[in-house]
Design a protein. Structure first.
Length: 214
């Protein structure tokens, strides 16, 4: 699928068919072919949820530096419009890995319609910069939010994340990946394989969507 944005066309891949469409943006250093996203998309598609993975303009052009926030948010808005038009989504859920999820949440906080948000490692703060929180817009979001976070995530200290989510009340659901880092990798001593962890992530998303009739 090709999506027209103010900075030119970007590509997207569609995984599965379903009345609910989950559109996921990638992290700052990735693209829509990031292994974790592709594997999760395929797993969710088997459960009857359509998943769309898309590039931002900078990753489409194979540039390393992310676009300005306004361009990133405009891309999410364009993706939402295209998905509704092309796939006839009954329910659209937005989100993504790290930066992709944060940008989607900023767009929704500014009025973009969505039934929910799924964060795969929300980047609450840069590593070791605990005073620089990226949470100011979150209270402006009125839809349910799922935060899938590793307990060793350097971008989201557990106590700070708990405080932010506590302020969001019932809108926020936290699913913790025990021992997981920002990309859900766990120590070898945990005895868990990457496939097992990713299956847990997919299951958490599937159950969260199901509990909300999505």
């Amino acid at each position: 699928m090709e999506i027209t944005t103010p900075r030119g066309p970007v590509s997207a891949s569609v995984h599965g068919v379903g009345a609910t469409v989950l559109a996921l943006g990638h992290g700052a250093g990735g693209d829509r072919q990031t292994g974790l996203l592709v594997r999760l998309a395929d797993a969710l598609a088997k459960g009857g949820c359509a998943v769309v993975l898309y590039n931002f303009p900078y990753s489409e052009a194979r540039r390393r530096a992310p676009d300005p926030p306004a361009v990133l948010e405009q891309t999410v808005t364009a993706v939402a419009a295209r998905v509704r038009e092309a796939l006839g989504a009954r329910a659209l859920v937005l989100g993504g890995k790290s930066m992709g999820g944060r940008i989607a949440s900023q767009a929704v906080a500014k009025g973009l319609a969505a039934k929910g948000l799924v964060f795969l490692g929300y980047p609450l703060h840069p590593p070791n910069r605990f005073a620089t929180l990226r949470d100011r817009h979150l209270p402006d979001i009125g839809v349910p939010m799922l935060f899938v976070q590793g307990t060793r995530d350097a971008f989201a200290r557990a106590d700070l994340l708990a405080s932010v989510l506590g302020g969001l009340g019932e809108r926020a659901t936290l699913h913790s990946i025990e021992g997981g880092d920002h990309s859900f990798a766990v120590p070898r001593r945990s005895g868990r394989t990457p496939a097992q962890v990713e299956a847990e992530v997919a299951s958490a998303i599937r159950e969260w969507l199901g509990a909300r009739g999505l």
